[in-house]
Design a protein around this ligand. Sequence first.
Ligand SMILES: [Zn+2]
Ligand SMILES: [Zn+2]
Length: 369
Amino acid sequence: MNTMKAVVFHGVNDVRVEEVPKPRPKAGEAVIRISATTICGTDVHIVRGEYPVRPGLILGHEPVGVIEELGDGLEQDYTVGQRVIVGAITPCGQCFYCFNGAHSQCHGPLGGWRFGNTINGAWAEYLLVPDARANLALVPDQLSDDEVLMLPDIASTGIAGAESGKVRIGDSVAVFAQGPIGLCATLGARLRGAGLIIGVDPLAARRSMAGTFGAGITLDPTDGDVVAEIKRLTDGRGVDVAIEALGRQETFEAALRSVRPGGILSSLGVYSGKLVAPYEAVFAGLGDQQIVTTLCPGGKERMRRLMAMVQHDRIDLTSLITHKFTLEQLPEAFELFSHQARGVMKVGIYPTGIPVGRRPQRETADVQC
Ligand SMILES: [Zn+2]
Ligand SMILES: [Zn+2]
């Protein structure tokens, strides 16, 4: 079979399931058979024409699958049939940016994001993985596809929000928006040992989920002055770290106004238009705050670390996968996801069939200390 099914972007609000050529790997590349993928908020921006990509591109940047074919030079490291995930960001590991630790900016601004942006993505039966040695991360046998499906993008991004914010033990943290990324940022704050974690979202269902991901207090921004309430909860100071996980001027500004002098605003959102920092929110430029931005960390070592967190029961993101579809049903899944209908958080897309059954049993060990 030299062709495969894929979901192709043809223009604004026009994605189609089509038969297209199956990719073949060149030296250093691999082809994986996709068993699970998902839809991201960024894909919604692309399909609506708010982020330009070329017509004819296969979208999707969250691949879980099995090695189908290896290009030359990979025989020592991998074998056909191994289960793998690949980060949404696929750094080369060898350019100026990679050697300077800015892997997501590989070759230049946003350059590490290739799948479904500058090269064909994961909404397909097969996916060509560039720089495979830097990017194919082997999945431990005992982890199911669903347990690792959130790792390539939203878990990596969301948790990085807390890492970039340098959350310390006992910190107070406010996370603005509790969609999938914001929930993972809330989880990241808990993992890094934050004390008070405040989850902000207008939707009751998301606020209640924020509680299970680590928020001790949740606030509804339509219900009053969130910044004043955050100040009240932090002895008038503001939080040590605020994480912005939506990409709007209002949430950016509220996050900035919520940070204490000397604190950190960690921004994960994708903004459009102009982004403004009011002078009083940065204390006329003298408040010693830091504003840091983060694009999803990728590469196989990042994926290995996230899988270790799943394997050792530190994180479980399967509750985010609220709806499941086949690849042919992807346009229907996209409608549901893009309209946030029927309580959807994330959708699972399964080109080889929707999985049945429960999560595999883990070995447990009793260790005395
Ligand atoms: Zn994404
Ligand atoms: Zn690079």
